[in-house]
Design a binder for this molecule. Structure first.
Ligand code: SAM
Length: 420
């Protein structure tokens, strides 16, 4: 069999060379292959890793890091299973892994920089998503592809995480962290007020059927599902946290709405063609992003003329801040501006009709409602989570009430338009 393949490769090479096409096929075991270092711009593989053991996948990712040029890309697509739903299976020789297992292995892979240069090379995930064609024709959300870039990592993001993405996934947005937050915010939501504030804010956008909406930091999908179902719009949700998007993909299998798509991507780096969206929408996400002007610049480019922007976000008060507040912001890694400052940044990048509203009183009202709800669902909550999870949430919410009461913490709602 292998010899037959080999002969057909030799024949293919001969044909291609005679047409001056620079393609070569070789028969080799990819795990034993010795290719020159830094010699490829792109490495592409389709349905290969599911035939490898965990150790072999790790070796393959490390080998690819060696073979890729700096900033080169590794693309792979695999059949996966999702954590809720279909059960992990191993059908000899095929291994079905969760998307998180591949992502974890990508993050683990690294090679040292050359002598004298500090740091190392690792992968940064540019995009990860289910294959659209499988969703469209087979309602199958298990075919996942990744595009990862070889990048130089001079310093790890923190003592426990190499990158910001790892920081999000390992700290604030661990799978358990997300699911316990969801209990207080409401099903499919990880932001203040859940469905209620979503209904109120989305209403301001006067969405029309078939419009295209970009949900930046879409979390586990609540707003995207709501907008598609209620307004018949198409929503692309992007989020940097693999844990968040994995749960959104699981929910898609339940909700089955092809107007909604989610992908793992960094809003500060992802490339999106200009004028692709009628609306850019973002809930309580931009607090994580340092350079807000650069991000808003991207938003204005992605919007069509006359397109609308709606953001809710954590902000800070104008005055001096308490030590407790400064510590909270530092520990979370948030970058907060006052509401008027935020509005000015939007104007500076070219948005018009900018409205910067202080919605802190609504925030405080919602916090009280959510705390009451926690009391009523306590028994059910404790069946799925630990007492410490319950206490963390309740104390965290009470702390937010105190910070808002002292004028340290604010909640801003921002509406703006791209000039026609
Ligand atoms: N908007 C969702 C909701 O309302 O349920 C989730 C809000 S959650 C508080 C903030 C989200 O921002 C997280 O899912 C986080 O992963 C995402 N995020 C942070 N930095 C990001 C970035 N650079 N690009 C895309 N998403 C990001």
């Amino acid at each position: 069999m292998a010899v037959d393949f080999m002969q057909s490769f030799v024949e293919k090479n001969r044909q291609l060379n005679s047409h001056h096409v620079n393609i070569k096929f070789i028969q080799a075991d990819v795990l034993k292959l010795g290719l020159p270092e830094k010699s490829f711009d792109i490495i592409f593989t389709n349905w290969l890793l599911m035939y490898m053991s965990d150790e072999e996948v790790q070796t393959f990712f490390i080998n690819c890091l060696r073979w890729l040029k700096e900033d080169g890309y590794l693309f792979f697509r695999e059949s996966c299973y999702h954590q809720s739903g279909n059960v992990k299976r191993t059908v000899n020789p095929t291994r079905y892994r969760s998307p998180l297992e591949y992502t974890g292995a990508l993050h683990m892979a690294m090679v040292q920089s050359e002598k004298g240069i500090p740091g190392r090379f690792g992968y940064e995930i540019t995009i990860s998503k289910p294959v659209d064609t499988y969703i469209k024709y087979k309602s199958n959300y298990n075919q996942i592809c990744w595009l990862a870039q070889k990048v130089h990592q001079s310093e790890p993001f923190s003592s426990s995480s190499k990158t910001f993405q790892e920081f999000l996934d390992q700290q604030q947005y661990s799978r358990n962290g997300i699911l316990r937050y969801e209990k207080i915010f409401g099903r499919h939501f990880i932001s203040t007020g859940g469905l209620d504030t979503t209904k109120e804010f989305v209403n301001m956008l006067e969405l029309r059927p078939k419009q295209k909406v970009l949900d930046v930091g879409s979390g586990i999908g609540g707003s995207a599902f709501y907008m598609a179902k209620s307004y018949d719009v198409n929503v692309l949700g992007i989020d940097l946290s693999y844990n968040m998007v994995s749960i959104a993909w699981e929910r898609m299998r339940e909700i089955q709405d092809n107007r909604v798509k989610f992908l793992v991507a960094d809003a500060t780096k992802m490339s999106i063609p200009a004028e692709s969206f009628d609306v850019v929408y973002s809930r309580d996400t931009i607090l994580h992003i340092p350079d807000k002007a650069a991000l808003f610049d991207r938003f204005i480019t992605w919007l069509r003329p006359g397109g609308k922007l709606l953001i809710s976000d954590y902000c800070c008060g104008d005055g001096k801040h308490s030590e407790e507040f400064k510590n909270y912001v530092k520990q979370r890694g948030y970058i907060l501006y006052s509401i008027p400052e935020y509005g000015k940044i939007l104007e500076k990048v070219g948005f018009v009709n900018v409205k910067a509203e202080d919605r802190t009183s609504l925030f405080i009202e919602v916090l009280s409602k959510e705390l009451k709800k926690m009391e009523t669902v306590k028994d059910e909550f404790l069946q799925a989570f630990a007492q410490t999870d319950y206490d963390d949430i309740v104390n965290g919410w009470k702390d937010k009430q105190v910070r808002c009461g002292q004028g340290d913490q604010k909640w801003g709602l921002f509406y703006a338009e791209k000039p026609v």
